[in-house]
Design a protein around this ligand. Structure first.
Ligand SMILES: Cc1cc2nc3c(=O)[nH]c(=O)nc-3n(C[C@H](O)[C@H](O)[C@H](O)COP(=O)(O)OP(=O)(O)OC[C@H]3O[C@@H](n4cnc5c(N)ncnc54)[C@H](O)[C@@H]3O)c2cc1C
Length: 420
């Protein structure tokens, strides 16, 4: 990372006005991180390492984290849900205070976080990493009780298990329907990896079944690679209906498991509705999300553009060209921790470069990937031209198998770095 001069940072960053007196000079800094997922957990660890004298507190609602990456393999019966679960003991061993509680309010002016247990924590800097919430008001017919019949499985855990059970219970010859939302949403290639792995399950156990993807978009991540692989591995099994061809789901009826579009109505035996999303609820309560439902940030420090002394990382943030992925969340967490440490030491933050790679499995031994490098330009995180790309279109089976093994190695590495 390249260091900026303090003067250059003050000119370049709209949040520079919030660059206050160094807290470390006044004593022991108090840093609170909300959300112990891929972004918040690694950020808390990096902060504790960067500022050993600071009190770093991580507030996470659940004692066990259930990871979304590789949860599509659980849905397809290729992996147990237990492999997705991680605890927080390693953070406690490093001196981080881990509180399993819900942050229910933030007072940015007085720099206070209220927890559901009625305790209140003060902070000098706050990092918000609350991930996503479902927009329950966005799709007529789809509310929390509908999700018990038509699971979204877009937050891993009970929903993942429910979708798996429904697929197991479906008779051969059934129809699975997945509805994919418009951008932006968590994990752009995720619905198509899910379609692929469910198709693998159907082909190998219920070969008379079919799968329809109803899409609110005309294009999707790694589209050419996915569609070529579907033709090769699952001919006639997957039907993708684009926005232009009437793919956008406009309402659902959970009792009859029917999804309606402007053109047709689709009755499913198993319906996986992936609805529109927004930043985790606390973002709205704290006033750090805007009318889009996501959180605008400074592209160098991840500092909120709406509230002082708060940084936002991971899926909740509007991070320009960066996708909402665990890989991106990890990269943002490290940049944010370095920026918070610099600001607390009254030093200018470094100009970051961030990397993302998203692997997807089309079958257990068939992986594809997309990679990108990002940097701040004019207040936005943009692609570094020529630095990224996708897997080759004409790769041999050995290459696809290698990428599948890279995907597994990536998951082992990132979860070990985050939670072990
Ligand atoms: C099916 C699927 C497959 C995916 N595959 C991949 C993949 O292969 N590669 C990849 O890079 N990404 C993948 N992703 C995306 C990845 O899961 C997310 O981008 C990543 O989890 C974002 O990290 P985060 O920390 O922002 O949010 P999360 O990991 O969701 O963490 C947010 C945490 O905040 C906590 N929280 C929220 N609000 C509060 C509050 N008020 N108080 C206390 N705690 C709170 C939540 O309990 C949660 O633990 C996938 C996603 C899905 C759905």
């Amino acid at each position: 990372m390249m260091r900026m001069t303090r003067r250059a940072f003050l000119c370049a960053s709209p949040s520079a006005a919030l660059f206050g007196a160094p807290v470390l000079a006044q004593g022991r800094a108090r840093i609170v991180v909300i959300g112990g997922g891929f972004a918040g957990t690694i950020c808390a660890r990096e902060l504790q390492r960067a500022i050993p004298r600071a009190t770093v507190t991580l507030i996470e609602a659940n004692p066990i984290f259930t990871a979304c990456p590789f949860s599509n393999s659980v849905i397809a019966g290729l992996r147990p849900i237990g492999g997705q679960r991680f605890g927080y003991d390693a953070l406690r061993a490093e001196g981080i205070v881990v509180l399993h509680d819900q942050a229910k309010a933030i007072d940015p002016q007085r720099r206070l976080v209220s927890l559901s247990g009625d305790s209140v924590l003060g902070y000098d800097r706050l990092v918000a990493a609350p991930g996503i919430d479902i927009r329950w008001d966005a799709l007529p017919g789809y509310d929390e009780s509908a999700a018990e019949l038509m699971p979204h499985a877009w937050k891993a855990g009970e929903q993942t298990i429910l979708l798996r059970r429904q697929l197991e219970a479906m008779a051969d010859g059934g129809t699975v329907v997945i509805s994919a939302p418009a951008n932006p949403f968590r994990c752009p290639p995720g619905p198509y990896e899910r379609a692929s792995l469910i198709a693998y399950y159907l082909k190998t156990t219920k070969p008379r079944s079919k799968l329809i993807v109803l899409d609110a978009k005309d294009n999707f991540s790694k589209q050419r690679l996915f569609q070529a692989a579907w033709q090769q591995l699952y001919p006639g099994l997957i039907e993708w209906v684009s926005l232009s061809n009437g793919g956008k789901v406009t309402s659902v009826d959970p009792r009859s498991r029917t999804l309606a579009t402007d053109f047709a109505s689709h009755k499913a035996n198993v319906a996986n509705v992936i609805p529109p999303q927004r930043a985790g609820h606390i973002a709205e309560v704290a006033g750090i999300s805007d009318a889009t439902g996501w959180c605008p940030i400074d592209s160098i420090t991840f500092q909120s553009r709406l509230q002082p002394d708060i940084h936002v990382i991971g899926d909740a943030a509007i991070a320009g060209a960066m996708p909402k992925s665990a890989f991106a969340a990890n990269a943002q967490a490290k940049v944010c921790a370095a920026a918070v440490a610099a600001l607390l030491h009254d030093e200018p933050p470094s100009l970051p470069k961030l990397i993302n790679t998203c692997y997807s499995l089309v079958a257990p031994d068939y992986g594809i990937s997309i990679a990108g490098v990002y940097q701040p330009v004019d207040g936005q995180l943009v692609d570094v031209q020529g630095a990224g790309g996708v897997s080759p279109a004409d790769a041999a089976p050995d290459f696809r198998a290698l990428e599948a093994s890279y995907a597994a190695a990536w998951f082992r590495t990132i979860t070990a770095q985050t939670f072990s």
